[in-house]
Design a protein around this ligand. Sequence first.
Ligand code: DC
Length: 234
Amino acid sequence: MSRWQVIDGLQIAIDGPSGSGKGTIAALVGAELALPVLDTGLLYRYIGWRAAEQGVSLDDENAVLSMLDRAIASMLWKPQGIFLKEADVEKDCTSQLRDENAGARASQVAAMPQVRAALLGVQRDIAKMGCIMDGRDIGTVVLPDAQAKFFLTASQRERARRRWSQLKAKGEDADLERIAAELKARDARDKDRDCAPLEKAVDVIHIDSTTMRMDDVVDRILNILERRKLIKKL
Ligand code: DC
């Protein structure tokens, strides 16, 4: 049971670069407000992963586009994650979508305009009943009318350190310098691409979390939502 009353259909957009903490923050705010959370990066990760599963090279844009409709038709979003639905069998693929390879593949398919266009409708459909959505272009492209938009950043070094400690915690072999170099390359690709590059919406609230605890970021966001009368303490 949430401690908050939330206005009907509330849409909250949280954008930011890789490792800025937006996924963690979206999940914490979602749990606090009892709102569904969509990590939109997972949709791009799913398309890249599905292509790899089917032996489709990401360097061949036409081949990716020819598997796109079927891939989307067999994708199922639930508040718990992304499922592959084939012949009435549902398989949770969320954990494999979160690995570094899936992230690199996602960044490649995310630069394809037709992939973005196809996923736009999927995201807007999910957002209809109200939700928190995190990604790169949520406040600018996907939900330009969202009642609250946040842009979360942290220094590149701190973001690399967070990824490194997440991997370490999972018992994976992780090298901080390699992660920092990959993050830099991913940032450049996400920022410089022609189609929906990472940029701030005009009506966005910028939060730099480099030296903040995640709980303090959540409190700041709840505070702002409360002041704007989008949520009310019960
Ligand atoms: O947030 P993430 O690491 O899961 O995102 C994976 C890739 O997908 C990343 O390179 C940026 C891209 N992406 C995007 O272009 N637009 C979104 N709304 C979400 C992710």
